[in-house]
Design a protein around this ligand. Structure first.
Ligand code: FES
Length: 167
């Protein structure tokens, strides 16, 4: 039986080594770029998340402001962000969860601080009826957004605020 000796020449050895090292370096440079490019696809969507806000039994006919905190991950930075809603039940006992963000320039509206049955924005005197519709001839030109919501086991869960048609 003849013994075959596999000889690797110096040139082949250098070729294999340089190809291996070059491939490793290229992969280490490309991997973070690919990861960055497809990151939004890999991330779970927070847009559809619903958050427990209040027991339905606590909701009255008078709008009340409720706050909740959400952990927000922005790349490698994690922070707590507080969201708010004005929530009440209308005459038909339907839950109305309004965004407090003024549709003029984004200030926060308050309930009954100017007129008894209206939301009022202190920044430029914006006014909204209880339904969230903007009072004509005041700065806002659209109604307050309505939150997506659902009731589970007697608790109100809110999702994203959704813009409504202009009035
Ligand atoms: S931001 Fe509300 S009226 Fe201007």
């Amino acid at each position: 039986m003849s013994e075959k000796k596999q000889q690797v020449s110096r040139r082949q050895f250098l070729n294999y080594t340089l190809t291996g090292v070059g491939g490793f370096m290229a992969a280490s440079m490309l991997a973070p770029m690919v990861r960055f490019a497809i990151d939004p696809v890999l991330k779970a969507s927070s847009a559809s998340e619903m958050h427990a806000v209040v027991e339905v039994s606590e909701i009255t006919k008078e709008p009340q402001r409720f706050d909740w905190t959400v952990e927000q991950v922005d790349a490698w930075y994690t922070s707590d962000v507080t969201h708010s809603a004005w929530v009440y039940k209308n005459e038909k006992d339907e839950i109305i969860p309004l965004s407090p963000v003024c549709k003029h320039l984004g200030c926060q509206v308050n309930w009954a601080t100017n007129e008894p049955d209206e939301f009022y924005c202190p920044c430029h005197g914006g006014r909204y009826y209880k339904s969230g519709e903007n009072v004509p001839n005041t700065p806002p030109n659209a109604p307050l957004d309505l939150y997506e919501f659902e009731v589970r086991d007697g608790t109100l869960f809110l999702g994203q605020p959704v813009p409504r048609q202009e009035v």
